[in-house]
Write a protein that binds this ligand. Sequence first.
Ligand code: NDP
Ligand code: MG
Length: 383
Amino acid sequence: MKKRVIILGSTGSIGQNTLDVLAALTKEWDVVGLAAGSRSVELAQQANAWRPEAIALTNTEAGRSLHDALDYAPNVHTGNHALYKLVNETDCDCVISAVVGTDGLPATLRAVELGRRLALANKEALVIAGSLMMPLAKETGATIIPVDSEHSAIFQALHTGKAEEVTRVVLTASGGPFRTWSIEDMAKASLKDALAHPTWDMGPKISIDSATMMNKALEIIEAHWLFDLDPNKIEVVIHPESIIHSMVEFCDGSVMAQLGAPDMRTPIQYALTYPARKKGPARRLDLTASITLRLEVPDETRFPALALGHEVAHRGGTAGAVLNAANEAAVQLFRDARIRFTDITTLTQQALQDHCFVADPTMQDILEADRWARTEVTRCTTC
Ligand code: NDP
Ligand code: MG
């Protein structure tokens, strides 16, 4: 019997790469649900090609034009709860969570509640609500498999030893487009500069997160929750070639690394086929060419966002929700040309410092902290 998969965020960078992977796995997988935010034309085109039984679009206005663009009659969900309804009402084996930002949280949590396999790209969901999501997965038996390339690498390397034998986990970071820039130059950086990632082709929000290195801070927190790791055991190194996707060091001194071309189709496919491996469309490393693999110590003075990852992983509670929401709001302000590039991290740091911390939060506390941080960041830029 074919397995059934829902893709949340199908029109985005991860979503499109997922469909590319699934095109080579049509004998094993049926796409039964596709979901996006507002790009109705792209969603309808994907639906017409893949024929899922249900689709979802959050933006109600854009949703009105969906029916006209469809050449068959799937169940259509629109509005704020559309993705949640799609996951709730469509039977499936696996949910690919690839929405960007906090908006992916309710549907992602519902997939965990229903005990589905969750292929998780939406790292923000774990950063915000890892304290609720991981125990819930244990309770329902949901398997969470990382799509993020670093976490996929760690997930694979961890299989070579026992949890108590791990001495440290080393997340690699490309360093982004500003790896060699001064703080003064970064303060003047344009949106185009920030979006010009040297090794990965990704959506705009994560590209800007990579430029500030906030992405690595989010990934420290993601690794902490996913693998139940003490934050002190998580380190970051700069690896400009993006070939070593991350490493795990064991107590005997062995370091297990996963290597590959910088192509998200590899970790996406592994999240779908695990524990099996299949031939797929991802680019290969040319191991006959001479390859240089550099490792550099990150510079926390030029990239202060990095330190926030450890701080928030240690604090737990509502700190993750505040970090994530403040960063999302600040990234949007930068995209709207209302703040400088370097203000993104400053505003996020300020929100973290000022917020009313809750150590053992409920979902209500988390959503409240998220709302507060967004308002606070916007208020700080207008006062
Ligand atoms: P994109 O911006 O390319 O795509 C985002 C997707 O989310 C789109 O399908 C978009 O729909 C959808 N979306 C946005 N807002 C909503 C909403 N309110 N309701 C429903 N759907 C919504 O992002 P990426 O694919 O780059 O990133 C997705 C996630 O994966 C992020 O969490 C990112 O951190 C993570 N990730 C991405 C990597 C990459 O290589 N791109 C690598 C590792 C992790 P629409 O098109 O209609 O706007
Ligand atoms: Mg990553």
